[in-house]
Design a protein around this ligand. Structure first.
Ligand code: HEC
Length: 159
């Protein structure tokens, strides 16, 4: 008995102090994980709220005609060389993903004969052109050219 000098054993004292902290940390992690899962499911905006400018789409037309038209076609209908980038098939393919996904797909794999050759601004322009070709209306703010910001814009079929 003299060993503890009237104090509680250290082990029990430590557990008493630590348990609330463990519970607090676990609760906080659950909240954070829950919030980020929610964020991944519901980007803040979708493509129909005016997410690119008509200038940007016009610049994208120039990029498209130089780098994409040979395979995807002037009307974006695709062909033997490549899939369509306009129309119901394309939109339902990409519906549920974000513009960040489309941006990265183009940036890393297109043009198929020279992948990675476009800079971020050119990819954003060509994305704007593809959107405008799919009857998505232009707006007042330009499309951002970084993947994180584009990840906040959902591709959805028109209601
Ligand atoms: C040399 C031919 C060629 C060129 C040039 C080319 N593409 Fe492609 N593209 C393809 C082929 C083939 C596929 C499908 C197979 C693949 O993903 O590689 C494809 C797929 C795509 C897809 C995915 C379509 C979908 O619904 O899954 C996108 C988006 C795309 N291309 C955009 C572009 C853009 C933008 C450019 C110009 C910067 C471009 N491509 C230039 C051949 C080409």
């Amino acid at each position: 008995m003299g060993l503890y000098n009237g104090r509680k054993p250290n082990g029990a004292e430590n557990m008493k102090n630590i348990m609330p902290k463990i519970i607090f940390t676990m609760t906080a992690m659950t909240l954070i994980l829950g919030a980020s899962a929610l964020k991944a499911q519901t980007p803040a905006r979708n493509v129909w709220s005016g997410v690119f400018t008509s200038d940007q789409a016009a610049q994208g037309k120039t990029v498209f005609e130089a780098k994409c038209v040979t395979c995807h076609g002037a009307e974006m209908t695709g062909g033997e060389m490549a899939p369509a980038l306009a129309g119901q098939m394309f939109v339902s393919n990409w519906s549920g993903q974000s513009l960040g996904d489309l941006f990265t797909r183009i940036h890393t794999t297109m043009p198929a004969n020279d992948p990675g050759s476009l800079n971020n601004a050119e990819v954003a322009q060509v994305v704007a052109y593809i959107l405008s070709f799919n009857q998505v209306p232009a707006g007042a703010t330009p499309l951002p050219s970084d993947e994180a910001a584009l990840g906040q814009i959902a591709i959805t079929e028109k209601k």
